[in-house]
Design a protein around this ligand. Sequence first.
Ligand SMILES: Nc1nc2c(ncn2[C@@H]2O[C@H](COP(=O)(O)OP(=O)(O)OP(=O)(O)O)[C@@H](O)[C@H]2O)c(=O)[nH]1
Ligand SMILES: C[C@H](OP(=O)(O)O)C(=O)O
Length: 211
Amino acid sequence: MTKALIPYKKKNAKSRLSPALTLEERESFVELMLRDVVTSIQDAEIEEIDILTTPDNGVPKDLQVNVVLDENDLNEAINEYLSHEKEPIFIIMADLPLVRAEHIKDITSRPEDVVIVPGKGGGTNVIFVKDPSNFHVKYYGSSFLNHCNIAKDRECSTYIYDSFLLSTDIDEPHDLVEIMLHGHGRSKEYVLERFDMETGKTRAKISSSDA
Ligand SMILES: Nc1nc2c(ncn2[C@@H]2O[C@H](COP(=O)(O)OP(=O)(O)OP(=O)(O)O)[C@@H](O)[C@H]2O)c(=O)[nH]1
Ligand SMILES: C[C@H](OP(=O)(O)O)C(=O)O
């Protein structure tokens, strides 16, 4: 049975959003994005969700998830987790509030050994791996290429899942407008409350609602 794994960091999360959000706002906002991701996974009928986080990062108690604590960095913590798993794992980052249940159902029903969803700029937003102990992750930098190479080295058949919404991780202020345009759930409510949208002849962008 497929399990979902969400790596999650709350403390000083999303430093690249600092030009738009204060520390307190970023820490509240990542929790709302996490809630939206969890809801979509539950809507996709994946019953077991593990949130991999560090001891000082409170996961809201009302979420129906398991909390797995590991103080090591992202790659070490995930690789330790994968090394003990025998069933398929759907690894999704917590900064993907645009994910829908349909994406998750499509990805987890693929026949290949590994499915990778690229993030913009070379990152990796989702990895679905059928045999987790035969895989390891290498996030940061051009992690999409790292993960394609790891799958190749392990002789895994691989599918690259092409999706605008799932490739849109929320890293930088300009990504917030995508939540206004295409989001749902609590993160969308938050962004609509906190910012205005500027539209015109150029791309839509956020502006401060109290400007
Ligand atoms: N368990 C764990 N998760 C992490 C850690 N660092 C980041 N994450 C999670 O990994 C995913 C991708 O992280 P980033 O996009 O780099 O998020 P971030 O580190 O909060 O953002 P920046 O400070 O802007 O780089 C998100 O789901 C984070 O919550 C970590 O040290 N441990
Ligand atoms: C974790 C990292 O996220 P990014 O910095 O690309 O958002 C990656 O996808 O390798």
